[in-house]
Write a protein that binds this ligand. Sequence first.
Ligand SMILES: [Zn+2]
Length: 193
Amino acid sequence: MTTKVPQRRCVGCMVSKDKPQVLRVVKNKEGEILFDIKGKLEGRGAYVCKSTECLEKAIKTNALKRALKSEIPQEIITLLREEISRKDFIEANDDNLLKIWGLLGLCAKAGKLSYGDSGVYEAVTKGKAELVILAQDCGKNTSEKFQILCKEKNTKIITLSQKKDIGKAVGKDEKAVISVNDTGFAKSLLEKL
Ligand SMILES: [Zn+2]
């Protein structure tokens, strides 16, 4: 049995992609432009890959505007940019998650983790962090701060699961952000994703 994934064409690169790989912008009956995060809103839809390159191209060439026959409000563009910057969100399956929690537990015991805002900030700034893990529910400011910092410092950053799960894995309370300060552990972890 084969299941066919619906395809949607990106207005940036003009390539048809599997539906989960594109973002949907919709113009509803009232003529409002909305970012349709769940892909379920009614109206005329336009699609763009979850890639900065495609989004910026779609904006610059007015492809998004043409597809919807409407100006795209700045706040919608901001939302799309934000969503794409979060694309490192990992939808690990349960099996892999269990392995990841196991590894993080070992990491914690080995003293190779930094915790929380200031701890992780210091680890990244000092070049100790090999991998930063943000909780999906970490809050916008924390997310932005670490996305920018990690980009600057060329440190790999991923978004994974919830604060409570990360905290539990490392034997602590809720943790919005942690860093793995060991090359080997970071590598093993990334292989599980
Ligand atoms: Zn594209």
